[in-house]
Ligand binder design. Structure first.
Ligand SMILES: [Zn+2]
Length: 241
Protein backbone atom coordinates (compact mmCIF):
# COMPACT_ATOMS: atom_id res chain seq x y z
CA UNK A 1 0.00 0.00 0.00
CA UNK A 2 2.70 2.47 1.04
CA UNK A 3 4.85 1.38 -1.89
CA UNK A 4 1.96 1.89 -4.33
CA UNK A 5 1.24 5.32 -2.85
CA UNK A 6 4.90 6.31 -3.04
CA UNK A 7 5.00 5.16 -6.67
CA UNK A 8 1.92 7.20 -7.50
CA UNK A 9 3.20 10.33 -5.75
CA UNK A 10 6.63 9.76 -7.30
CA UNK A 11 5.16 9.56 -10.80
CA UNK A 12 3.21 12.80 -10.31
CA UNK A 13 6.19 14.65 -8.88
CA UNK A 14 8.71 13.09 -11.21
CA UNK A 15 7.09 12.06 -14.48
CA UNK A 16 9.13 10.61 -17.34
CA UNK A 17 9.48 11.52 -21.03
CA UNK A 18 9.12 15.12 -22.18
CA UNK A 19 8.08 16.45 -18.75
CA UNK A 20 10.72 14.44 -16.96
CA UNK A 21 12.17 15.49 -13.62
CA UNK A 22 15.45 14.09 -12.45
CA UNK A 23 16.02 13.73 -8.70
CA UNK A 24 19.63 13.96 -7.58
CA UNK A 25 20.74 12.84 -4.12
CA UNK A 26 24.03 14.49 -3.17
CA UNK A 27 26.29 12.94 -0.57
CA UNK A 28 29.70 13.81 0.84
CA UNK A 29 31.00 11.53 3.60
CA UNK A 30 29.44 8.23 4.69
CA UNK A 31 30.89 7.34 8.09
CA UNK A 32 31.06 3.80 9.42
CA UNK A 33 29.18 4.80 12.59
CA UNK A 34 27.40 7.94 13.80
CA UNK A 35 29.92 10.49 15.07
CA UNK A 36 28.92 12.46 18.22
CA UNK A 37 31.16 15.31 17.06
CA UNK A 38 29.35 15.51 13.70
CA UNK A 39 25.73 14.63 14.46
CA UNK A 40 24.39 15.60 11.02
CA UNK A 41 26.84 13.40 9.12
CA UNK A 42 25.65 10.48 6.99
CA UNK A 43 26.61 7.01 8.24
CA UNK A 44 26.40 3.44 6.96
CA UNK A 45 23.10 2.34 8.55
CA UNK A 46 21.24 5.46 7.42
CA UNK A 47 22.80 5.34 3.96
CA UNK A 48 21.64 1.74 3.65
CA UNK A 49 18.03 2.78 4.33
CA UNK A 50 18.34 5.61 1.78
CA UNK A 51 19.61 3.25 -0.93
CA UNK A 52 17.00 0.62 -0.07
CA UNK A 53 14.20 3.21 -0.45
CA UNK A 54 15.73 4.63 -3.60
CA UNK A 55 16.06 1.22 -5.24
CA UNK A 56 12.48 0.34 -4.31
CA UNK A 57 10.70 3.52 -5.35
CA UNK A 58 12.89 5.16 -8.00
CA UNK A 59 14.59 4.30 -11.29
CA UNK A 60 18.26 4.76 -10.48
CA UNK A 61 20.45 5.76 -13.41
CA UNK A 62 24.09 6.69 -13.92
CA UNK A 63 24.31 10.50 -14.11
CA UNK A 64 25.77 10.52 -17.63
CA UNK A 65 22.91 8.43 -19.01
CA UNK A 66 20.30 10.39 -17.04
CA UNK A 67 21.49 13.73 -18.45
CA UNK A 68 21.41 12.40 -22.04
CA UNK A 69 17.93 10.97 -21.55
CA UNK A 70 16.70 14.13 -19.83
CA UNK A 71 17.85 16.08 -22.92
CA UNK A 72 16.24 13.78 -25.47
CA UNK A 73 13.03 13.25 -23.49
CA UNK A 74 13.44 9.53 -22.76
CA UNK A 75 13.95 9.67 -19.02
CA UNK A 76 11.81 7.11 -17.14
CA UNK A 77 9.45 8.37 -14.43
CA UNK A 78 10.89 8.64 -10.90
CA UNK A 79 14.42 8.92 -12.28
CA UNK A 80 17.10 9.41 -9.65
CA UNK A 81 20.88 9.76 -9.50
CA UNK A 82 23.30 9.50 -6.59
CA UNK A 83 26.36 11.75 -6.43
CA UNK A 84 29.28 12.06 -4.01
CA UNK A 85 31.34 15.24 -3.69
CA UNK A 86 34.97 15.78 -2.70
CA UNK A 87 36.50 12.26 -2.84
CA UNK A 88 36.39 10.89 0.72
CA UNK A 89 37.92 7.46 1.28
CA UNK A 90 34.79 6.33 3.14
CA UNK A 91 32.92 6.59 -0.17
CA UNK A 92 34.89 3.54 -1.33
CA UNK A 93 35.19 1.72 1.97
CA UNK A 94 31.71 2.32 3.40
CA UNK A 95 29.35 3.57 0.68
CA UNK A 96 30.48 1.43 -2.27
CA UNK A 97 29.55 -1.96 -0.71
CA UNK A 98 26.08 -0.54 0.11
CA UNK A 99 25.64 0.84 -3.41
CA UNK A 100 26.59 -2.57 -4.82
CA UNK A 101 24.26 -4.38 -2.43
CA UNK A 102 21.31 -2.33 -3.71
CA UNK A 103 22.63 -2.11 -7.29
CA UNK A 104 22.53 1.69 -7.26
CA UNK A 105 24.94 3.45 -9.64
CA UNK A 106 26.70 6.63 -8.50
CA UNK A 107 29.12 9.28 -9.65
CA UNK A 108 32.02 10.50 -7.53
CA UNK A 109 33.21 14.08 -8.02
CA UNK A 110 36.84 14.26 -6.93
CA UNK A 111 38.75 17.34 -5.72
CA UNK A 112 42.03 16.07 -7.18
CA UNK A 113 44.39 18.17 -5.05
CA UNK A 114 43.54 16.07 -1.98
CA UNK A 115 43.96 12.60 -3.49
CA UNK A 116 46.69 10.43 -1.97
CA UNK A 117 47.02 11.85 1.52
CA UNK A 118 45.55 15.37 1.30
CA UNK A 119 43.11 16.92 3.74
CA UNK A 120 40.59 19.72 3.27
CA UNK A 121 40.77 22.68 5.67
CA UNK A 122 37.43 21.89 7.32
CA UNK A 123 38.65 18.39 8.16
CA UNK A 124 41.89 19.76 9.57
CA UNK A 125 39.81 21.88 11.96
CA UNK A 126 37.52 18.96 12.90
CA UNK A 127 40.36 16.49 13.44
CA UNK A 128 42.51 19.02 15.32
CA UNK A 129 39.70 19.60 17.79
CA UNK A 130 38.77 15.92 17.98
CA UNK A 131 42.34 14.94 18.79
CA UNK A 132 43.26 18.01 20.87
CA UNK A 133 45.29 17.18 23.95
CA UNK A 134 44.79 20.60 25.55
CA UNK A 135 41.79 21.63 27.71
CA UNK A 136 41.22 24.82 25.74
CA UNK A 137 42.31 26.63 22.61
CA UNK A 138 43.29 30.26 23.02
CA UNK A 139 42.39 31.96 19.75
CA UNK A 140 41.98 35.50 21.11
CA UNK A 141 44.57 36.69 18.58
CA UNK A 142 42.14 35.57 15.85
CA UNK A 143 39.19 37.23 17.65
CA UNK A 144 37.74 33.76 18.34
CA UNK A 145 38.15 33.87 22.11
CA UNK A 146 39.23 30.99 24.34
CA UNK A 147 37.47 27.78 23.30
CA UNK A 148 36.93 25.14 25.98
CA UNK A 149 37.38 21.53 24.84
CA UNK A 150 36.30 19.45 27.83
CA UNK A 151 33.01 17.99 26.61
CA UNK A 152 31.66 16.83 23.26
CA UNK A 153 29.33 19.85 23.20
CA UNK A 154 32.24 22.20 23.80
CA UNK A 155 34.28 20.54 21.05
CA UNK A 156 31.33 20.78 18.69
CA UNK A 157 30.96 24.49 19.47
CA UNK A 158 34.72 24.98 19.02
CA UNK A 159 34.58 23.36 15.58
CA UNK A 160 31.75 25.69 14.53
CA UNK A 161 33.60 28.74 15.87
CA UNK A 162 36.82 27.83 14.04
CA UNK A 163 35.02 27.05 10.77
CA UNK A 164 33.28 30.42 11.02
CA UNK A 165 36.61 32.22 11.40
CA UNK A 166 38.16 30.18 8.57
CA UNK A 167 35.27 30.74 6.19
CA UNK A 168 35.59 34.53 6.12
CA UNK A 169 39.32 34.62 5.41
CA UNK A 170 40.90 34.52 1.98
CA UNK A 171 42.37 31.11 1.05
CA UNK A 172 45.93 31.91 2.12
CA UNK A 173 44.98 33.41 5.49
CA UNK A 174 42.52 30.58 5.99
CA UNK A 175 45.28 28.01 5.68
CA UNK A 176 47.46 29.99 8.11
CA UNK A 177 44.64 30.06 10.65
CA UNK A 178 43.85 26.37 10.23
CA UNK A 179 47.55 25.45 10.59
CA UNK A 180 47.65 27.50 13.78
CA UNK A 181 44.58 25.67 15.17
CA UNK A 182 46.19 22.34 14.31
CA UNK A 183 49.49 23.30 15.93
CA UNK A 184 47.94 24.65 19.14
CA UNK A 185 45.69 21.59 19.50
CA UNK A 186 48.65 19.25 19.66
CA UNK A 187 46.56 16.67 17.76
CA UNK A 188 47.97 14.07 15.42
CA UNK A 189 46.09 14.60 12.19
CA UNK A 190 44.97 11.77 9.90
CA UNK A 191 46.23 11.70 6.32
CA UNK A 192 43.86 8.99 5.12
CA UNK A 193 40.54 10.84 4.94
CA UNK A 194 40.56 11.15 1.17
CA UNK A 195 40.80 8.51 -1.55
CA UNK A 196 44.05 7.41 -3.10
CA UNK A 197 44.47 6.99 -6.84
CA UNK A 198 44.09 3.20 -6.68
CA UNK A 199 40.63 3.65 -5.19
CA UNK A 200 39.51 5.53 -8.29
CA UNK A 201 40.23 2.32 -10.21
CA UNK A 202 38.14 0.35 -7.72
CA UNK A 203 35.19 2.70 -8.35
CA UNK A 204 35.57 2.46 -12.13
CA UNK A 205 35.88 -1.33 -11.99
CA UNK A 206 32.66 -1.42 -9.96
CA UNK A 207 30.88 0.36 -12.83
CA UNK A 208 30.74 3.74 -11.08
CA UNK A 209 31.36 7.09 -12.76
CA UNK A 210 34.00 9.64 -11.80
CA UNK A 211 33.80 13.40 -12.36
CA UNK A 212 35.98 16.41 -11.66
CA UNK A 213 35.36 18.68 -8.64
CA UNK A 214 38.19 21.24 -9.08
CA UNK A 215 41.71 20.78 -7.68
CA UNK A 216 41.60 22.68 -4.37
CA UNK A 217 37.84 22.96 -3.86
CA UNK A 218 37.60 26.78 -3.87
CA UNK A 219 34.24 28.57 -4.00
CA UNK A 220 34.37 29.26 -7.74
CA UNK A 221 32.23 32.43 -7.55
CA UNK A 222 34.72 34.00 -5.16
CA UNK A 223 37.81 33.58 -7.35
CA UNK A 224 38.81 35.19 -10.66
CA UNK A 225 37.40 33.63 -13.85
CA UNK A 226 40.79 32.49 -15.19
CA UNK A 227 41.67 30.95 -11.83
CA UNK A 228 38.31 29.14 -11.74
CA UNK A 229 38.86 27.86 -15.28
CA UNK A 230 42.29 26.53 -14.29
CA UNK A 231 40.85 24.76 -11.21
CA UNK A 232 38.23 23.03 -13.39
CA UNK A 233 40.50 22.16 -16.32
CA UNK A 234 43.43 20.94 -14.20
CA UNK A 235 41.16 18.73 -12.10
CA UNK A 236 39.71 17.12 -15.22
CA UNK A 237 43.18 16.66 -16.72
CA UNK A 238 44.52 15.01 -13.56
CA UNK A 239 41.65 12.54 -13.50
CA UNK A 240 42.22 11.60 -17.14
CA UNK A 241 45.94 10.88 -16.63
ZN1 LIG B 1 32.54 19.75 -2.60
Amino acid sequence: MLAALTRLVGSRLAPGGGNARLSILMYHRVLTDPDPLLPGQMHAALFDTHMQALRTHFNCLPLGEAVTRLRNGTLPPRAACVTFDDGYRDNVEVALPILRKHRVPAIFFIATGYLDGGRMFNDTVIEAIRGANVPELDLTDFKAGVLALNTVEQRRAAISACLRVAKYRNPEKRLDFVAEVAQRSGARLPDDLMMDSAQLEILLNAGMEIGAHTVHHPILLRIADDEARKEIVDSKRQLKS
